[in-house]
Design a protein around this ligand. Structure first.
Ligand code: SF4
Ligand code: SF4
Length: 435
């Protein structure tokens, strides 16, 4: 495995390095470079470091490793590079190479391994974490000094964990009698934190005459494991999901995702990860069946059908943030906007809606200060809009966490939620102001 990783690193870097014209255009769009302004924080600089490492001209030091770690995987450089340098691939291969030589911190390695175990152990872990969270929250009164100190730290606050995971121990079909059916890929955030997102997705789809299949053995999409270079754990997770979602009984149904990173994994990364393995064909077929919920609703169900089911429109000024892995990653930008405009007459486009929110998975925890500065740019843009919105929709649970945290400081009455939430409010909820 180690040899394979190192060979893949060298091949990738040599291939991508040849494409780079060293034009420096990536400096104009990289959010990290925008804050730090140094060459090692931008695609061109990272690529040069990786090339020197691959050629054996550079020693692997903490400083070199930090250049690969200091990337949000936001794809802004990929989208804007005339040479089509795939910087995400460069960074992922570099991180895997570093992990193969230096190993991962023990806690991280254990956590990633745990993601590949039977889900009942993860459910137990989540239940334990929830108990600790409840005790801590209850033990700290609203105005306690420690609570205020914690709030001043720049970490996005983890919302209360779900009372119980959304995915049950048995496969479930919600709306077995419906005309069409989809398989729902839930993702860890939807399963353990924002369980209202899959729940509202099911209610919304059922109301549109679509049955929803939730397979109990689906697991983590592998995005956090991939981002940290643990390829062994990654393969376990990916193979499990490919096998579960390729069950012949459900092969004819589209797979709908409600998390932009999970969707990107299934659509783009799985076929690449399983290239030249016995699962390659299944991964490609799975990729073709996968689409984001907004894509399914706008392109398959249709905006006119959505409009015909509206009970009441959203009465607030509503805006939309493009998650990097949905907009740039999957090219899904028009569908969420069309859906939101259908249910809200006060939709307002924010400036630079596709700029990264700065969370980047665990980047927000490991690079708190840079992450906060990137977030500030985003929230200042929103606060400076002619008509300041009080509702913000997006398609990624992680963006919801980060933007909720950032906007609480600039627009106190702002609500940040998944696109599905606003559609659910308009089509299902009897009183949108109380949901
Ligand atoms: S924009 Fe692309 S080609 Fe230009 S320096 Fe950056 S990575 Fe190289
Ligand atoms: S992926 Fe984003 S953060 Fe990373 S180098 Fe490219 S633009 Fe910068």
């Amino acid at each position: 495995m180690k040899k394979k990783i190192q060979q893949a690193f060298i091949e990738t870097i040599n291939r991508e390095y040849l494409k780079c014209a060293a034009c420096g255009e990536c400096r104009m769009v990289c959010p990290v470079y925008g804050v730090e302004g140094v060459e090692r924080s931008v695609a061109r600089g990272r690529l040069a470091l990786a090339k020197a490492l691959a050629d054996g001209d550079l020693e692997l030091t903490d400083r070199v490793q930090s250049s690969f770690d200091n990337c949000l995987l936001c794809m802004a450089c990929v989208e804007n590079c005339a040479g089509h340098v795939d910087m995400v691939e460069v960074v992922l291969k570099s991180r895997a190479y570093v992990a193969s030589l230096r190993g991962l911190p023990k806690v991280k390695a254990l956590a990633f391994k745990a993601l590949g175990t039977d889900r009942k152990y993860q459910d137990l872990g989540a239940a334990g974490a929830r108990a600790v969270q409840s005790v801590c929250t209850a033990a700290l009164p609203e105005n306690s000094g420690l609570r205020l100190k914690l709030a001043r730290l720049n970490y996005p606050t983890l919302p209360p964990l779900a009372k119980r995971p959304f995915i049950g121990s048995q496969d479930r079909v919600y709306g077995a009698d419906k005309r069409q059916k989809v398989v729902l890929f839930v993702g860890c955030a939807g399963n353990y934190i924002f369980d209202d997102i899959p729940r509202k997705t099911v209610e919304l789809l059922n109301a549109l005459d679509v049955g929803v299949i939730v397979l109990s053995h689906q697991g983590c999409c592998g995005a956090p494991v991939q981002a940290h270079g643990d390829l062994r754990s990654l393969e376990t997770l990916v193979v499990n999901n490919v096998q579960v979602l390729s069950d012949s009984e459900f092969m004819d149904y589209p797979i709908v995702t409600i998390c932009s990173s999970g969707g990107l994994m299934l659509k783009q990364h799985y076929p690449r990860i399983l290239l030249q393995t016995p699962f390659e064909k299944q991964a490609k077929a799975l990729s073709c069946r996968t689409m984001d919920i907004s894509q399914y609703l706008a392109d398959w169900i249709g905006i006119d059908t959505i409009k015909s089911k509206i009970k009441h429109k959203i009465p607030h000024t509503l805006t939309y943030h493009d998650p990097c892995h949905l907009g740039r990653g999957q090219g899904v930008t028009t569908q969420p906007r069309a859906l939101l405009k259908a249910v809200c007459d006060h939709y307002a486009e924010m400036p630079d809606a596709g700029s990264c929110c700065g969370l980047g998975g665990t980047y927000g925890l490991s690079h708190t200060d840079v992450s906060r500065q990137i977030l500030d740019k985003k929230t200042n843009n929103i606060a400076a809009m002619d008509k300041v919105p009080t509702r913000l929709a997006t398609g990624c649970p992680a963006c919801i966490m980060q933007l909720t945290h950032g906007l609480a400081r600039t627009i106190p009455d702002m609500e940040v939620a998944h696109t599905v939430h606003y559609l659910w409010q308009a089509l299902i909820c009897s009183d949108p102001c109380r949901s």
